[in-house]
Design a protein around this ligand. Structure first.
Ligand SMILES: [Zn+2]
Length: 314
């Protein structure tokens, strides 16, 4: 696969996630408006889930965008900052939610005749619409995965499928709660919804930990890349690093090269190395290649030159 092809695939993947991000944002606003006016705890929980998923989608889009710039160095700094921002936002939302949740549970336990917060069965139309939006996102992601074969789209559509189930459970919960006015049914639906939101939050925390702290450096992948690079002549591998962001890898290769190598040769070498790394795993979306002068070699050349000059003068 040519570099141009890799880059255009990643760009298309980025566009697809942008569409899903818009869908997610629409769903989030819709749930927020109805949760705010109805005061339904089920809808409020759903809103939290949508908000966290939107943040997750945003993180994937930004990471993929940077990865698609095949010839530019990967902007780790920007990624760290955005990941950190999304992490803080999500933690703030979840904390606010937990406070409301504790209040809600207290109300059920201690109030003698506690009423359910979801009283209108028509509110199920909101969660149902959310379900259809998610189904739409799932369909796009699935279709584009078949074309682009990008692993990130697969993990996105699997998540979308789980969320369709979540929307279905919420819808049933809203209808049953509003009709029976049973606090236990509502509480059960809320807890189920919260678990789905928690599933997304763990994804965000995991992603943040992976990219910021750099845990889960893939030792086997690094070994395989080193093995592949050993095929190259006139090159000494200084270091190889492979970091996972979400469902893909960013690889950094540091090499010692002959100090007399020309820029054109270096550029060709860089392209070759990017292709070699990509051949090790399809999940490597971006490769940064950094060159360092092989000082030892340079010293040897200088020594030989000096010896040559001495030899001539005698
Ligand atoms: Zn979700």
């Amino acid at each position: 696969m040519s570099l141009h092809e890799i880059s255009s695939r990643l760009k298309r993947g980025c566009e697809v996630i942008r569409i899903v991000l818009i869908v997610s944002f629409v769903g989030m606003v819709m749930e927020f408006v109805f949760a705010y006016f109805s005061k339904s705890m089920i809808l409020f929980t759903d809103f939290v889930h949508w908000a966290v998923d939107t943040a997750l989608e945003f993180m994937s889009m930004i990471a993929l965008y940077h990865a698609s710039k095949t010839l530019r160095r990967f902007s780790w700094g920007v990624l760290y900052m955005e990941t950190f921002l999304m992490l803080i936002t999500s933690i703030a939302i979840i904390s606010f939610y937990i406070i409301s949740f504790v209040d809600y549970v207290n109300n059920i336990i201690y109030s003698a005749n506690s009423k359910v917060t979801t009283q209108n069965p028509l509110l199920s139309l909101v969660t149902l619409s959310g379900g259809f939006l998610t189904l739409y996102a799932f369909a796009i992601l699935r279709k584009e995965y078949e074309k682009l074969k990008l692993e990130i789209l697969k993990s996105e559509y699997t998540h979308a499928l789980i969320d369709v189930v979540a929307a279905f459970i919420s819808t049933i919960g809203v209808v049953v709660t509003a009709l029976t006015r049973n606090p236990s049914t509502e509480l059960l639906t809320v807890i189920a919804g919260f678990f789905f939101a928690l599933h997304s939050i763990t994804n965000i925390v995991e992603d943040a930990a992976r990219s910021i702290i750099g845990v889960e450096e893939d030792k086997e992948l690094i070994y395989n890349i080193k093995l592949k690079l050993s095929e190259l002549e006139n090159v000494k591998v200084k270091n190889v690093d492979a970091r996972k962001i979400g469902s893909f890898y960013i690889v950094t290769v540091d090499l010692y090269v002959d100090p007399y190598t020309t820029l054109i040769e270096l550029n060709e070498m860089r392209m070759k190395i990017i292709r070699m790394c990509r051949s090790v795993s399809e999940m490597i979306y971006h490769v940064d290649v950094r060159f360092y002068p092989d000082v030892e070699k340079y010293r040897k050349i200088l020594k030989q030159k000096r010896k040559g000059i001495k030899g001539k003068s005698v």
